[in-house]
Design a protein around this ligand. Sequence first.
Ligand SMILES: [Zn+2]
Length: 143
Amino acid sequence: MPDPGTILATITQSLGVIRIIQDLLKTEKPDVVTLRTQIQALREQLLDAKENVLSFQEDNLNFKTLNATLNQRIPELTSEPPEHAHGAHWFVNDGPFCTGCWDSGQKRIRLVMVNSDGYKLLGGNCTCPMCKTVFTVDAKRFP
Ligand SMILES: [Zn+2]
């Protein structure tokens, strides 16, 4: 992974080569061979800088994506462990949440009551919208 210091050093070297080229062009009869050599060096340095910037840009995008993901999960990753009660996981005055989703990946997935409109799940009264597990939770405990 290139760091900004490496990229900056390459750009600084490139500016030095440009200064040499400018000085050569100020002479009455510029040395064409030296000029070509310096232009080639400049081209190679700029290609290196371009490659480093592209790599740095890709790394930056990956870090931004990771940062956004971690920011979304801060409540899950920093909270106290849930209490298991009444057929599900509960956080302080909040729940019910899926036991499987929390236990396997610490994802706080709120259970959804599904039989309030007359629809009855086989073996339970609520489900996890993520993993579709059916739970029987004390209905009085639903907020
Ligand atoms: Zn789940």
